[in-house]
Design a protein around this ligand. Structure first.
Ligand SMILES: [Zn+2]
Length: 184
């Protein structure tokens, strides 16, 4: 059994499993219908979870009042369910992709999972009637946060997140590139 930090399959809450790992791992399945309906299912689950998070929020939070700051709060909240070891700077394994021994560093959500999650939630927000100009998942603060997480995890874990070849997404009904830069 491979116990690398990248096999995140049994997450009971559904993050970082399925589509997220498929996107991050970029296996051989390129544009099959199965992959696209899995994406849709994952997107619906993520959206429900986010709505649930808003309902449980103290003080209560309406979707229409949700900002990028709340999205960041949500992402940090998700870290407690993370399964990716992110070494702190003083850990002897800082920067080691395959540490030879356990260490007490925290588990977090992997950057690839968060990045894919935000892409799905951003699409779901607009499919649910939200306007793209007010899409909190497209907020600049969220983009900056993700970039920061990517850089720091890349250093801490000794992995590089190189740009993958762009997959063609011709089967999707609308373009949903997570990296659109237009609403700055
Ligand atoms: Zn460590």
């Amino acid at each position: 059994m491979d116990s690398s930090s990248n096999s995140e399959c049994n997450n009971s809450m559904g993050y970082s499993s399925g589509a997220a790992v498929a996107a991050a791992g970029s296996s051989s399945s390129s544009s099959s219908p199965a992959a696209s309906s899995r994406y849709e299912n994952q997107k619906r689950r993520d959206w429900n979870t986010f709505r649930q998070y808003l309902r449980n929020h103290r003080p209560p939070l309406e979707l229409s009042r949700c900002s990028g700051a709340h999205v960041l709060e949500f992402l940090r909240y998700l870290d407690q369910f993370g399964k990716t070891k992110v070494h702190v700077a003083v850990c002897p394994f800082y920067g080691h992709p395959n540490p030879p021994a356990p260490c007490p560093c925290p588990l977090k959500q992997a950057w690839g999972s968060l990045d894919a999650l935000i892409g799905r939630l951003r699409a779901a927000f607009e499919e649910d009637g939200g306007r793209s100009e007010t899409n909190p998942f497209g907020a600049r603060a969220v983009r900056l946060y993700l970039r920061e997480v990517r850089d720091s995890q890349s250093k801490a874990r000794g992995v590089s997140y190189e740009k993958k070849k762009k997959k063609k997404r011709r089967n999707l009904p609308r373009p949903q590139s997570p990296q659109q830069q237009r609403n700055t």
